[in-house]
Design a binder for this molecule. Structure first.
Ligand code: 3ON
Ligand code: FE
Length: 488
């Protein structure tokens, strides 16, 4: 592997570790208020609700959750209307959350290392999966859905965020059938409506990927399942007009220590640096043959976008040199950033005729959580927005937003360093916009200076000029995962 991952850390960190760590304190309180601490002005055309999901609890009654990906889902909703902003956050009342809050202790093992107290004997042969609904939140087909990739979605009331229960999408999902946390929305053209494309994975010695395509009302348009060789750990997917594309990371899964109660499922995943990464292309018509192409070993959680051009398929992804083993001991807050690989942006060119893949490293600055204009999903695109480290080299927490112009190669950066920490940017189109970057980026940031979170609104055309508005919350929201914006 020709390593392009810089091994040298920045000479002087752009942040203080204690600051960063405090963004991982639990937020057990649910609130509901008008945001009155606003710097700048909320743009007049920005009307709708920003929803964001993520772990709200990093402990259960003082018992530590081993990894943030194991934390119970808590949804934030910031409603923007006529220059005013209303904040609300609520926990998703999953079965596991309710039971653990009632018991005052951890009752379930987590996929990312959380164990029931009492050592391996307390955990042996417990393979139950706790649906924590913590990864994404989307409004589709008149339903607000909290997603977690290994289980069914939870439906919430979009106004009160009250949990309405597990949802089968009106019978599309069998009870217990998963619905991944990374749907892609294809914008309808020529009078056609938008489509939501999502998947589920049943991992095993051979894994099954099921594809779902839903129309705007939530009705099922397509559903097809495909067996692919080997254990699959697939967090994300990208689409083009003809394909759903997955990157099968080169990993092996040996669940013995999981079954015996010593390790969680993710701790039994081993990165195999000598195996290729496989690009799996599933034709969206559900009938043509699945194509599998091989490329460099790397680990991908998130893809940015994919498109077809001149008979080739392009995929932009955030790549890691390997899958960092989730340690069994210790505290994730004590992570040595220099010893784990940073995400970089890679562009893959897939030639379906010769079955070859070429790639190019597009950006080496540590980055994660990519997004783009919704109209360009599955299409060629010019602008990418992504969370990034403040420093151009080394692995570090996300503190900045990076905008990349693929046409000119120009980069723009806006950083919240030293005391601000960034989450995923969400792009919102300005009503009446023509240019691809004519819109806003909404980013929920953690501000260590006040131990609170702030919704930052950037003008996507020029992020370097700094936020148009900063909406300061009264409390902090732990670092989260994904979100979306629903216009009024
Ligand atoms: O046993 C199998 C293995 C496995 C890992 C099967 C399985 C389906 C149960 C499974 C489960 C996977 C799950 C539930 C994955 C969930 C992932 C998740 C909640 C989040 C992933 C986040 C990824 C990234 C890159 C986050 C980055 C965060 C930051 C930069 C910090 O702000
Ligand atoms: Fe994700």
């Amino acid at each position: 592997l020709q390593s392009s991952q810089p091994q040298t850390a920045a000479p002087k960190p752009s942040y203080d570790r204690t600051d960063w760590q405090r963004g991982y304190e639990s937020q057990p309180n649910e609130s509901d208020y008008w945001i009155d601490n606003i710097e700048g002005e909320i743009p007049a055309g920005l009307q709708g609700t920003f929803f964001r999901n993520g772990p709200g609890l990093l402990d259960v009654n003082g018992q530590r959750i081993h990894h943030p990906f194991d934390g119970d889902g808590m949804v934030c909703a910031i409603a923007l209307s006529e220059g005013r902003a209303h904040f609300r956050n609520r926990f998703i009342h999953t079965e596991g959350y309710l039971a653990e809050q009632k018991a005052g202790k951890i009752l379930h093992r987590g996929v990312f290392g959380t164990q029931k107290p009492g050592g391996w004997l307390a955990n042996i042969f417990d393979v139950k999966i706790k649906n924590i609904a913590n990864t994404n939140i989307i409004y589709w087909g008149d339903k607000l859905l909290a997603l977690w990739e290994a289980a069914q979605p939870y439906r919430l009331d979009p106004r009160s965020l009250e949990t309405l229960g597990l949802d089968t999408l009106d019978g599309i999902l069998e009870p217990g059938e998963a619905f991944a946390a990374h749907p892609r929305i294809e914008k309808g053209k020529n009078g056609k409506g938008d489509r939501l494309v999502n998947f589920s994975v049943k991992p095993g010695l051979s894994s099954t990927i099921t594809i779902y395509e839903l129309d705007e009302s939530g009705k099922l348009l397509q559903r097809h399942a495909h067996a692919i060789p080997g254990f699959a750990f697939l967090h994300d997917m990208v689409i083009t007009p003809n394909y759903c594309i997955f990157f099968q990371n080169p990993v092996t899964f040996n669940p013995l220590l999981f079954l015996l109660g010593f390790r969680s499922a993710s701790q039994c995943i081993q990165f195999s640096p000598n195996k290729p990464t496989q690009a799996i292309l599933i034709p969206r018509n559900g009938t043509d043959e699945v194509k599998i192409l091989e490329t460099e070993p790397c680990f991908v959680f998130h893809h940015c976008n994919a498109w077809e051009e001149g008979g080739e398929v392009f995929v932009d992804s955030v790549c890691y040199e390997s899958f960092p083993t989730v340690e069994a001991d210790g505290d994730f807050r004590e992570i040595d950033f220099d010893s784990v690989p940073a995400g970089e942006l890679w562009r893959f060119k897939l030639n379906l005729q010769d079955k070859t893949v070429q790639h190019q490293v597009v950006e080496t600055r540590c980055c994660e959580f990519p997004t783009l204009h919704p109209n360009n999903v599955g299409q060629p695109y010019r602008y990418l927005y992504i969370g990034a480290a403040d420093s151009p080299t080394g692995n570090a927490p996300l503190q900045a937003i990076l905008k990349i112009d693929f046409l000119t190669g120009e980069r723009q950066i806006w950083s919240g360093a030293p005391r601000g920490f960034a989450g995923e940017p969400v792009f919102v189109t300005r009503p009446g916009a023509v240019a691809e970057d004519d819109g806003w980026l909404l980013v929920l940031m953690y501000d260590a200076a006040y131990h609170r979170s702030t919704l930052v609104i950037l003008d996507a055309r020029d992020i370097t000029k700094g936020p148009l508005a900063r909406l300061h919350l009264k409390q902090h929201i732990p670092y989260g995962l994904h979100g979306s914006f629903t216009p009024n």
